[in-house]
Design a protein around this ligand. Structure first.
Ligand code: ZN
Ligand code: ZN
Length: 310
């Protein structure tokens, strides 16, 4: 029996503050999606790892962050277009919702201000400042961070995570071997969602003593027209893919430490059909767990039972 992990990139406006034209629908639904997701997890009694942008732990700020080593305009959105959008800049009760849930969620980190660690321009000093600020703000709330999700999945400066006391991070999903798929990108995404079972992953210690818990499947990587066509012809292809992944975890040999790791953003829950997708996947997961076929774990729980010598 393998296990299933769900991780969330919880960021409100911070996932898009450096973009000139952010996706308005996702930004505006970010808070509602966050609350809806908490309800969905309660309904299925499924715990998740919430990787939260550290700035959301603040109640207010000057928009300057003078002691932060990011370049001058990094916090420009806070001082400009989102100056009055406190709802996009601060958590304002959303972290309390997670803490107040009867489900034992894990609170992890998604950096302090969504700096892309894997960018060539991101210095070690900047990465370390992001880690330190996140750890400190969480500590002030009595939260000890141990899981990290890299902004835009761009892994980098892993040594700063280890120094900050983190135990694990979400690594990139393994290549699917469909890169040469003849139909190009939209068709390849369709193929990934419908033909292949998404991969099980094997958490591993890295050279920094951190456990890499790679992703298996992004639940909202297949959107737009392709999704509409696929849903009109078949079932929601992502629900099918997620079920196949859960089934693969159920059939896994327990000694191999194989995990099915799904992820999404709370701001992916924009329309009722997005919510329906998540609820169907969680209901299936709940049923398989109740039948004793899979376990559900947080990233840190997976890391804790990963064998150091492997
Ligand atoms: Zn700020
Ligand atoms: Zn993000």
């Amino acid at each position: 029996m393998g296990s299933v992990v769900l991780s969330l990139d919880a960021e409100l406006g911070w996932g898009f503050h450096d973009q000139e034209s952010p996706p308005t629908d996702r930004v505006e639904r970010a808070r509602a999606g966050w609350k809806r997701l908490i309800d969905c997890f309660e309904e299925a009694a499924v715990p998740a790892t919430w990787a939260i942008v550290g700035h959301l732990f603040l109640d207010d700020c000057d928009g300057e962050h003078a002691s932060h080593p990011a370049s001058g305009d990094w916090f420009a959105a806070e001082r400009g277009r989102w100056r009055s959008r406190l709802d996009l800049r601060f958590g304002e009760g959303l972290i309390e919702r997670i803490e107040g849930s009867p489900i034992a969620h894990e609170i992890g980190s998604h950096s302090f201000s969504h700096v892309v660690f894997g960018d060539a321009d991101t210095t070690r000093t900047l990465a370390a400042a992001e880690i330190d600020a996140s750890v400190e703000l969480a500590r002030e709330r009595g939260v000890s961070l141990s899981s990290f999700v890299y902004p835009r999945n761009r892994v980098g400066h892993r040594d700063t995570l280890a120094e900050g006391g983190f135990v694990c991070y979400r690594g990139r999903a393994p290549a699917r071997g469909l890169d040469d798929f003849a139909g190009g990108r939209p068709l390849r995404k369709l193929a990934e969602a419908t033909i292949d079972a998404p991969p099980l992953v094997r958490p591993r210690y890295d050279e920094f003593g951190l456990v890499n818990v790679p992703a298996s499947l992004y639940l909202f990587g297949f959107e737009g027209l392709g999704r509409s066509i696929a849903e009109s012809v078949w079932d929601d292809p992502v629900v099918r893919a997620a079920k196949r992944g859960i089934d693969a975890a159920a059939e896994a040999n327990g000694s191999e430490n194989e995990v099915f790791h799904m992820w999404l953003h709370p701001n992916n829950l924009v329309t009722p059909r997005d919510v329906r997708r998540v609820r169907r996947i969680l209901a299936y997961l709940d049923a398989q767990r109740t039948a004793g076929r899979v376990s559900v774990e947080t990233m840190t729980e997976v890391a804790a039972r990963t064998d150091r010598v492997r």
